[in-house]
Design a protein around this ligand. Sequence first.
Ligand code: DGL
Length: 273
Amino acid sequence: MNEQAIGIFDSGIGGLTCVREMNKLLPNENIVYFGDTARIPYGTRSRETIKLYAEQDIGFIRKHNVKMIIAACGTVSSTMGSCKDIDGIPFTGVVIPAVQAACAAARNGRIGVIGTPATIKSGAYGKAIRAIRQDTAVMGNACPMFVPMVENGLTDKDDIIVKTMVERYLKPIKKEKVDALILGCTHYPMLYDAIAEYMGEEVKLISAGAEAAKYALNVLTMKNMLNDSGEQGTNLFYSSDSIELFEENARSFMGEELNGQVRAVSTDELVKG
Ligand code: DGL
C-alpha cells in the first residue's frame, strides 16, 4: 500500500480532464493538482520557456512527496519528450498514452492530431505514432484559440463562436477522413461535444488527459504502488492565479461541487523553487 499522493500539473484547468478520469479509475488515490493559471498559455511560448516552466512546476509538485508525476499538458509533454522516471519517481506525459490509444483505434490508420502551436510544431505526436505503427497517415493542426476559449468558459457546442472555431480548425482534418482524432491538448475535451458533433460519430476522439490516467493506473499497478487503504482519496488543487476563477472554471468542468480544496501558490514561489 502506498498512500503518497499522485502529482498532476498543467498550465491551467486542462489537466482536470486527467484528474476526473483518475478519480473514476483510482478513487482511493490522493491527488495534488497544480494549474499554472497565472502563466497560461504555454502553447504559444518558446521551447526554452516551456521547459523552464515545466521544471518549476515539477519542482513544486515534488514538494508534496508524490509517488508519481503526470504532466497533464500536451505542450509540456511534447516538449519534454519521454516518459522516463524523474529521480526514481515514475513520470508520464500525455503523448505516449494518447498515441497508443489512437493507434489501437484507427482502423484505417488515418489519425488526426490537434494541439497547441508548440505541440504541433514539435511533431511529437506524429513521431510517437510512427514509432508504433508505420502504416499511418497523420494530419495535424494547431488550434491556438481553443485554450483561451476554454479558460473563459466558452465551450457550449451551440455557441456560434465555438461552432465557427471548431469548423475553422477541424475542416482540413475532416477532409482527410481520419478515423481517430487525438485531442492532444488537455483543454480540448472541454470542447468534446462540439468537436464530436462536427467530426461525426465514425471518428473516435482520444482524450490525452484521460489516456494518461489509464496509463498511470497501469504503471502503479505494475509497480505495486496503488493505495489500497480502502478510503476515499482526496484532491488538493493549487492555482497560481485567482482561486475564485479556478474554482468557477473547474466546477463547470468537473460538473459538480469541486471535490477538493483550492490553495494559491505564487509564481515567485515557483521560480525560487
Ligand atoms: N493544457 C495545455 C496542453 O495540453 C494547454 C496549453 C497551453 O497552456 O497553451 O497543451
